[in-house]
Design a protein around this ligand. Structure first.
Ligand SMILES: Cc1cc2nc3c(=O)[nH]c(=O)nc-3n(C[C@H](O)[C@H](O)[C@H](O)COP(=O)(O)O)c2cc1C
Length: 278
């Protein structure tokens, strides 16, 4: 199947040649089930009843653990939450995002130097290196790679998923609720569940490849590249009954500390949770 013929158009709202003259037709691009699954991704925030059972979750976590991990340190953990009261508490702490209660399971991915630090202490060794920013970055990257593998695996099983970055709105309270030890920090959550077939949410267009893909040297985008994307995203949002665009929200997001909705104090939170990131 020349899946890219169809999926490219939905992912970008354009053809490859619109973006880069002379580019191959979408239907000429190599494709397979994995690539098609990735192109088909959409965040799912509406779920119907149905468990993500332990067998499915065990397979999904195995996929997460199959991701590459810096120096094989595996500096991440995941907390699985199913209890309705705890889901309600997490939903409240993570920006009142209601869909956290509606999924079958909420996975909180954690940057985790607590485990290696404890093993060092048991061996009578220091764990000073965990206090550096580099170590924080390593654990956050590890958690992100694991989370994305989990999402792709879940989607391959026909499940729906959405990330929840707003666990970092109140990271310290969430760390307490999950009983995270010092050195372990919530990075993001992932809601998993059975997608509502009536959910209109579709494949959201991405920036043209010419904007994110640089040949040999970095090049900032032309206004025309961004205008083309704005048109594609606006057309997508219109199908959702929404008159949003992309540029205004990107500009609002970089404006000032207030744009971070309380997360501008992240270094203080990291420090209090044992990851001073110096
Ligand atoms: C790290 C991360 C955190 C996110 N946090 C949230 C969130 O708190 N709430 C939400 O509704 N969506 C969240 N999302 C989903 C993004 O809004 C979504 O991926 C993006 O708009 C692109 O849409 P798509 O996933 O449907 O392609 C998050 C995504 C990522 C990668």
């Amino acid at each position: 199947m020349t899946a890219n013929g169809g999926w490219w158009g939905r992912r970008y709202g354009t053809t490859p040649a619109d973006d880069a003259p002379g580019a191959p037709e979408a239907a000429e691009l190599p494709s397979n089930d994995v690539i098609e699954l990735l192109y088909r991704h959409r965040s799912v925030r509406r779920f119907v009843a149905g468990e993500v059972d332990d067998a499915a979750l065990t397979a999904i976590i195995g996929a997460a653990q199959s991701a590459s991990t810096s120096s094989n340190l595996q500096a991440w953990s995941v907390i699985e939450v199913r209890d309705p009261d705890r889901l309600a508490a997490l939903s409240h702490l993570a920006g009142e995002q209601e869909f956290i209660r509606r999924g079958s399971v909420f996975l909180v991915f954690v940057a985790d130097w607590a485990r290696a630090g404890e093993l060092a202490r048991r061996a009578g060794e220091p764990d000073d290196a965990t206090s550096y920013l580099e170590s924080t970055l390593v654990a956050f990257v590890d958690a992100a790679l694991a989370g994305q593998n989990a999402v792709v695996a879940a989607e391959s099983l026909g499940l729906g998923a959405v990330y929840v970055g707003s666990v970092r709105n109140n990271p310290e309270q969430i760390a307490d609720l999950l009983e995270l030890p010092a050195g372990a920090f919530p990075v993001f959550g992932v809601v998993l569940g059975h997608p509502d077939p009536d959910d209109p949410a579709g494949v959201k267009p991405r920036l043209p490849q010419s904007v994110v893909r640089h040949r040999e040297r970095y090049r900032l985008p032309d206004d025309d590249d961004i205008a083309a994307y704005e048109a594609a995203v606006t057309a997508y949002y219109r199908t959702q009954g929404d008159d949003r665009g992309w540029l205004a929200s990107a500009i609002a997001r970089v404006r000032d500390a207030a744009s971070l909705h309380g997360r501008h104090t992240m270094r203080d939170s990291l420090t209090r949770r044992g990851l001073p990131s110096r």
